[in-house]
Ligand binder design. Structure first.
Ligand code: ATP
Length: 477
């Protein structure tokens, strides 16, 4: 597998992702999507929306605002408890997350084959997370295990402190305590507060779901893994409301569908696994993550959580509005339980990029060369097809433009007439374009073109008028 630096540099060079405000030196953990990145992101988003909303009669969409009434975040628990335990290396002044330091230490022990020791430290770690005062308990583990600073190698730590991750801002012109509002750290609360309105106006009955895609903001302490951990990112979330007692069935069903979705995007199954939470939030009755094996190890890409009626009951309490649901079938009134699926769009993109990346030896005549290829699923690729005239004369560009225009009605395509065809293929391989259509002398005689497959590099000769259908069949497959 490629290392992260290779992915970062390809992403930049070919216009998938750039550091934000780069001419000013960038802004930590904030990134912009370039021309190809934006297409990839749209495709991932659309596949999620289709799988979650369009394919389910009882799941509807919502697009709530980023700014919400500040009491929302009191009710949700974010004001008091949405924090990470941080610790500073006094020597280098570098800040770390205490939990990540310990996990890193455990991974190191395992890499050295010291599995028993790793298990013991991991046990203490889980106990610390569940302690009354997790910050001090985590600090104690770092002390006892003599975990050194990864950058300075020193063992000179501050205490562990909880650091709230919400970004604050002010609303209106007059500054004061009452004007403080937050950039949402998750999209879910927009859905909870509208649960009843959506049920009524969309005429949905429990069980039903509300899905949303949107930006979320977290002032992450440690953000050194490209778009894995960003301060501004996008989430794709669905909250599914069920009758109390029926949550486990929904939890199992949605877990299965979510894993199937990642696989249907072409992610290699051996790089995906389930991971149960070390610590359940006090209100949750089940929680697990989909993890992907990124170049820097197994990490969460998506969470599936069974959250009971915690959120709705808190909002009912804080707003003073009844959020109970009247079940017309059983004539009962209750607060529904919630099963949520929450996946990071940017983390999905990073997974898709890492999983698609390959370098291969290919022979070209008597030369062997390395080609870089992104093996994107055809439905995710930024360009579905590239159209080339073999040479820039003899009516070939005109014929190629005609095919290009036809394909553009349905797909994002690119046209390229510069350089040798072999080099043009390589350029497309590197951005993952699954099909390259070449117009040559024969096209002008018999109306056929070649379609070259990115992965097998084999070519089919087919009538130009069938190209759109040919690609459509492969994208759908
Ligand atoms: P982590 O433990 O990695 O910080 P989390 O458990 O806090 O993640 P959730 O609150 O469950 O994450 O958020 C749901 C999803 O949102 C995550 O699975 C992830 O894909 C995405 N996500 C969360 N934080 C970030 C971030 N800072 N940058 C990019 N994506 C994120």
């Amino acid at each position: 597998m490629a290392d992260l630096d290779t992915i970062v540099s390809l992403a930049k060079r070919r216009g998938f992702l750039y550091p934000s405000s780069e001419i000013y030196g960038g802004l930590g953990a904030v990134y912009d999507y370039g021309p190809l990145g934006v297409e990839l992101k749209r495709n991932v988003r659309e596949r999620w929306w289709n799988a979650m909303v369009r394919e389910h009669d009882n799941v509807v969409g919502l697009d709530a605002a980023i700014l919400m009434h500040p009491t929302v975040w009191k009710a949700s628990g974010h004001v008091d408890a949405f924090s990470d335990p941080m610790i500073d290396d006094k020597a280098s002044k570098r800040r770390y997350r205490a939990d990540q330091l310990i996990e890193g230490h455990v991974d190191k022990l395992r890499a050295k084959g010291k599995d028993d020791e790793a298990d013991a430290v991991y046990g203490r770690f889980v106990a610390a997370l569940n302690a009354d005062d997790p910050a001090s308990a985590l600090g104690q583990v770092i002390q006892d295990e003599e975990i050194k600073s990864p950058d300075s190698g020193a063992f000179d730590w501050t205490d562990v402190r909880q650091f709230n991750l919400m970004f604050e801002t002010r609303v209106g012109a007059v500054a004061g305590e009452d004007d403080r509002i937050y950039l949402r750290p998750e999209t879910a609360q927009g859905i909870f507060v509208h649960f009843k309105t959506v049920a009524e106006t969309a005429r949905q009955q429990v069980p039903f779901g509300i899905a949303q895609i949107g930006k979320a903001f977290r002032n992450e302490i440690v953000a050194r893994q490209f778009i894995f951990r960003m301060r501004e990112f996008e989430q794709m979330e669905m909250q599914y409301f069920v009758k109390p007692g029926e949550q486990m069935e929904a939890y199992e069903a949605w877990s299965e569908r979510r894993m199937a979705w990642h696989r249907a995007n072409g992610i290699r199954p051996e790089k995906l696994r389930w991971h149960e939470h070390e610590k359940l939030a006090h209100y949750a009755d089940a929680a697990q993550d989909v993890q992907y094996e990124y170049p820097f190890g197994w990490n969460e890409v998506e969470g599936v959580h069974s959250r009971t009626d915690y959120d709705l009951s808190r909002h009912q309490e804080f707003s003073g509005k009844k959020l109970e649901y009247f079940d017309p079938q059983t004539q009962e009134r209750y607060l529904p339980y919630v099963v949520e699926t929450s996946v990071g769009l940017d983390r999905t993109i990073l997974m898709v990029l890492c999983d698609a990346y390959a370098e291969e030896e290919v022979t070209n005549g008597d030369k062997t060369e390395t080609r870089t290829v992104l093996r994107f699923h055809p439905a995710l690729a930024p360009f579905t097809a590239a159209v080339f005239p073999l040479v820039k004369k003899g009516g070939m560009p005109e014929a190629a433009h005609k095919i290009e225009a036809d394909l553009r009605r349905q797909f994002n395509v690119t046209y390229d007439e510069k350089g040798a065809v072999g080099r043009r293929y390589r350029r497309q391989d590197e951005v993952g374009t699954p099909f390259a259509i070449t117009v040559d002398g024969d096209t002008l005689e018999d109306g056929t073109v070649t379609v070259r497959d990115r992965d097998s590099m084999e070519q089919d000769r087919i009538p130009a008028e069938n190209v759109r259908r040919y690609i459509e069949d492969k994208v759908d497959a």
